[in-house]
Design a protein around this ligand. Structure first.
Ligand SMILES: Cc1cc2nc3c(=O)[nH]c(=O)nc-3n(C[C@H](O)[C@H](O)[C@H](O)COP(=O)(O)OP(=O)(O)OC[C@H]3O[C@@H](n4cnc5c(N)ncnc54)[C@H](O)[C@@H]3O)c2cc1C
Length: 453
């Protein structure tokens, strides 16, 4: 059954998108009819997951939004995989896996996203090794409904098609079911080291050469880089009960480093400044000394953002830079922030996140398609000046050979996309022309960035 939720778009939406119809299918079998009936369900028909993207990629202005929330069943745990419907939230899935002693090969810090979106968007994560640096690399099978309303199943037996679908953003079809790879739960040892920019540059080759996933916390205005290393603790040196004993101290002493970005999502001005200063204080306290190693499971660092997604939307943007260039780039970025402040009185004031990504060619628009990359994720409370800062920052990033995403990089321009993706964008455009002649799935956002149908 398809529920017609309203005709004006999600109430909690902070990004103008105005679908004429907002539908919530309760069964996968409802979706073919929506796509096939062109007169009843106007273009563009856009799938909506949890609606937490930083951009208008989900937008269906004047068309039909298909909210997948009601497709929320985890269907089957198999040996090494789990099968789930597209609307299942990642935190729900990760909890169910944990109960079985399992996890996904990658675990983000935010649990709100839907697994349908996970399968088709760019969600880069600090990676342990080559081949898996974006969440969609965990996907081994996708069931979708094509623009003509036909059912299609794509598995690893068709790697080229799967690669294209893994970053297709709902432009090749609406996904209703996916299979994700799983691995046994692993203990992760977390170490922190704090550097100045000069120290970071001097130690860089050693830092990227050592094993483990790297997450950086950057403070451009106080010349501080906190390097967080997440290493798989193969010795299992800490018992499970030991982990729970140290958990409180982890939350108090180490997690504020994650909290810097999470705190920034609170929208109320009073609340925000209280939280920001608290987070900044805690992070500064953490930065006064190197944190001692702690051991935890990946799901313990996952948390949920506020239920109203608009409260979390204006807080960060993301580009990925070539790994070898990163120390030079960071020096230029810190100088760029100071110059921007002098000229425009806007200070990009929150601690920025960054992740080292190994080369990952499992999706067409992977940001580490060409080789190892490190992201830079400017973060802000969203004060006046943030949007203008991003326009200048995007040109800075593009000029420095960086690669954006369609769902987490704000204020992108077509020339940024053409420069970063070149032939890959042309290939995708040609594919869309062949598969969606009636232009059922394209919206203004993508036709501006990728051009045509
Ligand atoms: C403050 C904040 C912090 C965040 N931090 C992180 C982080 O640390 N790491 C991280 O990985 N992510 C993070 N995210 C999430 C990130 O922005 C994702 O882009 C987002 O959550 C994608 O999942 P979604 O379900 O919200 O997708 P949506 O925004 O609903 O959709 C994204 C795209 O996928 C398409 N789509 C969705 N479902 C389907 C489907 N069933 N079939 C076909 N197409 C579909 C949509 O049309 C759209 O183009 C953060 C988000 C916020 C707001």
């Amino acid at each position: 059954m398809v529920l017609k939720v309203n005709s004006a778009g999600p109430e909690n939406s902070g990004v103008f998108r105005r679908p004429r119809l907002l539908l919530r299918p309760t069964h996968a079998e409802d979706i073919p009819g929506i796509l096939a009936k062109v007169n009843s369900y106007p273009n563009p028909v856009r799938a909506v997951g949890a609606d937490y993207s930083q951009t208008r990629c989900v937008g269906s202005d004047g068309g039909t939004a298909v909210d997948t929330t009601a497709l929320d069943k985890i269907m089957e745990f198999q040996d090494g995989t789990v099968r789930a419907q597209a609307g299942v939230r990642l935190s729900q899935l990760v909890r169910a896996l944990t109960e079985r002693g399992l996890e996904l090969p990658l675990t983000p810090e935010i649990g709100n996203m839907s697994v349908g979106a996970l399968a088709v968007t760019t969600l880069p994560q600090a990676s342990q090794s080559e081949g898996m640096a974006q969440m969609s690399a965990c996907i081994t099978e996708i069931k979708l409904i094509t623009p003509q309303g036909r059912q299609m199943t794509v598995t690893e037996r068709d790697p080229d098609l799967l690669r294209v679908l893994r970053s297709s953003f709902g432009l090749l079809g609406i996904v209703h079911e996916v299979v994700l790879r799983t691995v046994p739960l692993r203990q992760i040892k977390i170490d922190y080291q704090v550097f100045t920019l000069a120290e970071f540059a001097a130690r860089y080759q050693e830092l990227i050469g050592a094993p483990g996933a790297l997450r950086l916390h950057l403070a451009p205005f106080s010349d501080r880089i906190t390097v967080e290393r997440r290493s798989i603790d193969r010795g299992n040196s800490t018992s499970r009960s030991g982990i729970w004993q140290i958990r409180n101290s982890v939350m108090r002493n180490v997690l504020p480093a994650f909290g810097a970005s999470v705190g920034s999502v609170l929208a109320g001005p009073g609340l925000r400044s209280a939280v920001l200063s608290g987070v900044q204080r805690a992070l500064n306290a953490t930065q006064t000394r190197d944190a001692r190693g702690v051991v935890m499971y990946a799901h313990e660092w996952m948390r949920d953002l506020p239920a109203e997604s608009w409260k979390a939307r204006y807080t960060y943007s993301l580009w990925a830079f070539p790994e070898q260039e990163y120390p030079r780039l960071l020096a230029e970025y810190f100088a760029f922030c100071r110059t921007h402040f002098r000229q425009h009185r806007y200070r990009c004031n929150l601690v920025h996140g960054a992740s080292r990504l190994h080369r990952d060619r499992s999706s067409l628009f992977s940001v580490s398609h060409a080789g190892n990359m490190v992201t830079l994720e400017p973060s802000s409370g969203g004060e006046p000046g943030w949007d203008d800062f991003l326009i200048d920052f995007n040109d800075f990033a593009s000029d420095n050979g960086a690669t954006p995403t369609f769902n987490q990089t704000r204020a992108l321009k077509p020339e940024h996309v053409a420069k970063a993706f070149g032939d890959r964008a042309r290939l995708f455009r040609a594919l869309r022309k062949r598969t969606d002649a009636l232009n059922r799935l394209n919206n203004c956002y993508f036709s501006n960035l990728l051009g045509g149908t």
